[in-house]
Design a protein around this ligand. Structure first.
Ligand code: ZN
Length: 417
């Protein structure tokens, strides 16, 4: 599991390392702890449920801290327990659900209550009543080595089907390197177009990746066909529901796999050129926006969000900066003079005002660059307008390089079968 935060002061990368863990010696104490922990969370849930108002952390502390500590929990256990219980109640209430009932054995443990030894892949947990348990993590040195420079802050230990699992959360602050080039990315239904610019707006490279849209659509058509055949009952017939689930799962796998690989590819390229990556802000797509409609109808906006997420994540892992611009007008306005473009022929747009002519997707990448410059030039970014490539340089260049320099082209093409 990965995630990152940009809203805060400094961007961080957060990652969870989930591994199986084997207790050294008896596992009785750990099991006892997990049961005690679950029951304590339930106890707090029950009491908060009866209070029927929002509780501050201060109040939670006053209400539950002493009781929990007298049950043998350490100070930070107590805090984790009432904070977790409170969040369970909060989310149940906001969903209009019933009072949460805990069955699974799982505990969140603060960084003060465990010691992690990455070199020896061992973990020592501090349990209730001053008990300690040492666990051997079932993983390789190579897998954990990555986190040696990171800071760990919290972990979750679980007991599932007779096995213990731990997820350790690691965090690393990203310090973006100073960009030498600008990479703009335009997401489309059937392709992803990427353009690389120098800081003065010179076009260095164009690249186009195919999306697995055809494969995804095939599965989606299957789903729709089945649903049309059983318009009212498909949810209730097991075989039909299973068939739909199967196609849904395929779509999900194809999408996740693709997003991950494209994120990696794009970030590697950006690393090579030390680029700042400029994406369109999908949150700013309005309902009536042409692109938004197109996305939703054909592949689902979440697919593009996932691609962006992976690009951002992989970029930050490489200490590269990512910014987003408002996508409004990027595929309809002239990158040279800003007037509305008209379609000249298939995929080619033309400006009646200044004579600009260009491939539709490449035009979008130029506009994204232009928007980036106008938004960020005042805070130290380069301020030169793009020297737009000549009309035919644009399209012919793209034609020749359609799938240029794609080390994974066989992989990408496999979607086209
Ligand atoms: Zn123009």
């Amino acid at each position: 599991m990965v995630s990152y935060s940009v809203r805060g002061e400094e961007p961080v990368v957060v990652e969870a390392l989930k591994v199986r863990a084997l207790p050294e010696g008896s596992c009785d104490k750990l099991l006892e702890f997990l049961r005690l922990y679950r029951d304590a969370v339930q106890l707090v849930v029950d009491r908060i449920w009866g209070i029927n108002e929002k509780l501050s952390w201060k109040r939670l502390h006053r209400l539950f801290y002493n009781d929990l500590v007298s049950m043998g929990f350490r100070a930070h256990h107590a805090k984790e327990i009432y904070v977790y219980a409170n969040s369970l109640v909060d989310s149940a209430r906001s969903n209009g659900g019933r009072k949460p009932v805990l069955r699974k054995l799982s505990a969140r443990i603060d960084k003060y209550d465990y010691r992690l030894d990455l070199d020896n892949t061992t973990l020592t947990l501090k349990l209730h009543s001053d008990y300690e348990v040492k666990l051997k993590l079932v993983t390789s040195r190579e897998r954990v080595e990555k986190y040696s420079g990171w800071s760990n802050y919290e972990l979750v230990v679980k007991y599932e089907d007779g096995e213990f699992w731990v997820s350790v959360y690691f965090r690393r602050v990203v310090k973006p390197v100073k960009p030498r080039t600008v990479m703009t990315i335009d997401l489309n239904f059937d392709n992803i177009t990427l353009a690389l610019f120098t800081l003065n707006g010179g076009l260095i490279r164009l690249k186009r990746f195919k999306t697995p849209h055809r494969k995804i659509l095939t599965h989606r058509i299957w789903i729709e066909r089945i649903q049309r055949r059983y318009p009212k009952s498909w949810r209730f017939i097991k075989g039909v529901r299973k068939a739909i689930e199967r196609h849904g799962k395929k779509i999900k796998n194809i999408s996740l796999d693709y997003a991950h690989k494209i994120g990696d590819l794009v970030a590697e390229l950006a690393l090579k050129y030390q680029s700042i990556i400029v994406l369109e802000d999908l949150d700013e797509l309005r309902e009536n926006n042409k692109k938004s409609k197109k996305f939703n109808k054909k592949l689902g906006l979440w697919f593009y969000r996932r691609i962006q997420f992976c690009i951002e994540y992989e970029a930050r892992e490489r200490d590269l900066e990512v910014v987003k611009i408002n996508p409004r007008g990027t595929s309809s306005k002239c990158p040279r003079c800003g007037r509305k473009l008209v379609e000249n022929k298939y995929r080619v747009l033309r400006c009646k005002n200044c004579g600009f002519m260009g491939d539709r997707d490449v035009t979008a990448t130029l506009n994204i660059y232009r928007k980036y410059i106008s938004k960020y030039s005042r805070c130290g970014a380069p301020g030169v307008a793009p020297n737009t490539p000549k009309p035919n340089e644009n399209t012919s260049g793209m034609r020749g390089n359609r799938d240029e320099a794609m080390p994974t082209s066989s992989y990408m093409n496999s979607y086209e079968s």
